[in-house]
Write a protein that binds this ligand. Structure first.
Ligand code: AMP
Length: 413
């Protein structure tokens, strides 16, 4: 038997309702705030992610599905959505539009990670990006919108971590300071952290090694080194979140796995999830456009994992599709009459299904009951009888009276 590749999954019809609900909520909340849908290609030039996500990140180092397209070009299945959206912004000259350009997406992404609950190799994210404004209101609004989405999906036990990474200059100075500190304590650090001191010293804060953690308690914190402009921006974001009644924890060690962030970074987690507790996160990326050869343009955004949201969601009001009419066939040669009745019903705006399995009439009525059809039209040699499945009433009708009768019934109910 051929099975789906490790770390991937099928979205079966039983799961589809909850996913549709999530998409509807995302559309309502994000489009309501002026975000417009964008979809970018599933694969991009590898260079986009190497530059845009950062050579030193785990994603680029070891998690990308990269392949040669046969013509000597290196392509990569998208591991995240921000770099592609920024590429599209530059490619389509969106800087000429009123700023900020506010976009949202819901797409699948690919990372060669070790699969476990809540971590897959193909997964789905809903994301929002606001490009072209450095205002702290943008950061705060994006956080509020993600909080609203998680609330609409009844995500349980959420917690918001917030930090600021400052500007690239502050980070460079801080990086030197932190690197020197790590070098001073080199012997107490895990081999993994030690080997990456120069490559990515911030990752030392992520280590689960006890001795490294002890060293990191005394390490200098970036939040204490922010320039006055960055500190002011961050204070403003916090004020707006306080006004909006959004609770958060300041996490001076919040390190997101992507290199492009500047200033605000944030992450929502849920205690309803296991080890993979991150539900969604993002931040400001004021330098990313330049890394991609675009004009200097500030931006801010987030992405949230669809599967993680659904794993941590409570009961959801998922509604089954209504079946207005099931067309049953009372004889062998009535397929054509039934087929055109179902077609007419659909053109009249009804949800109609036709018997397709050659069941006995009894079996057909049972099936109509199972799919909760409101009406069954039993097409016979002599005429059609229409059964109201709720009341049990049955009427003998000529074929052209079936649809008007249901429509009248619809209007009455
Ligand atoms: P990131 O792009 O790494 O900031 O991830 C944003 C969100 O996407 C996370 O908070 C998760 O909810 C989700 N996510 C990231 N990687 C995976 C994965 N491998 N499998 C499932 N969800 C993921």
């Amino acid at each position: 038997m051929i099975q789906a590749p490790k770390g991937t999954f099928d979205v079966l019809p039983d799961d589809a309702g909850r996913r549709e609900l999530l998409e509807r909520n995302a559309r309502r909340i994000l489009q309501g705030a002026g975000y417009q849908r964008i979809e970018t290609p599933t694969f991009e030039a590898t260079e986009l992610f190497a530059r845009g996500v950062g050579e030193a990140t785990d994603i680029v180092q070891k998690e990308m599905y990269t392949f040669d397209d046969g013509g000597g070009r290196s392509l990569t299945l998208r591991p995240e959505g921000t770099a592609p959206v920024c590429r599209a912004y530059i490619e389509h000259g969106m800087h000429k539009l009123p700023q900020p350009v506010k976009l949202w997406y819901l797409s699948s992404f690919f990372r060669a990670e070790a699969p476990q609950r809540g971590r897959y190799r193909q997964f789905w994210q809903v994301g929002a990006e606001a490009i072209g404004s450095a205002a702290p209101e943008v950061d705060a609004e994006l956080i509020v919108l993600l909080a609203e989405l998680l609330e609409a999906m009844s995500v349980k036990g959420t917690q918001l971590s917030l930090a600021s990474l400052g500007t690239p200059e502050t980070r460079a100075e801080y990086r030197d300071e932190l690197t020197a500190y790590l070098r001073d304590h080199e012997r107490q650090l895990s081999a993994d952290v030690r080997n990456r001191i120069d490559m990515n010293p911030m990752r030392a804060f992520d280590s689960s090694d006890p001795s490294t953690r002890e060293v990191m308690k005394g390490a200098p914190k970036l939040l204490d080194r922010l320039s006055s402009e960055d500190a002011e921006h961050f204070a403003q974001v916090r004020l707006l979140l306080d006004d909006a009644g959004i609770a958060y924890d300041l996490d001076p060690t919040l390190v997101r796995g992507l290199d492009y962030y500047t200033r605000t970074v944030f992450e929502f987690s849920s205690d309803a999830l296991g080890a993979q507790s991150g539900v969604g996160g993002g931040g400001r990326y004021d330098r990313l456009m330049e890394l991609l050869d675009g004009p200097p343009t500030p931006g801010c955004g987030w992405a949230a994992g669809i599967e993680r949201i659904l794993l941590s969601a409570g009961e959801l009001p998922v509604q089954a599709d209504v079946v207005d009419l099931f067309v049953a066939l009372a004889g062998a040669d009535l397929g054509r009459t039934g087929f055109s009745l179902a077609g007419d019903a659909r053109r009249a705006g009804l949800n109609a299904q036709l018997e397709l399995a050659g069941r006995s009439l009894r079996g057909q009525l049972k099936h109509a009951d199972r799919i909760r059809a409101r009406y069954v039209a039993i097409v016979g040699e002599e005429g059609t009888s229409l059964k109201n499945m709720e009341s049990g009433d049955q009427l003998e009708l000529s074929p052209n009276e079936v649809i008007p009768t249901i429509l009248r019934g619809s209007r009455l109910s």
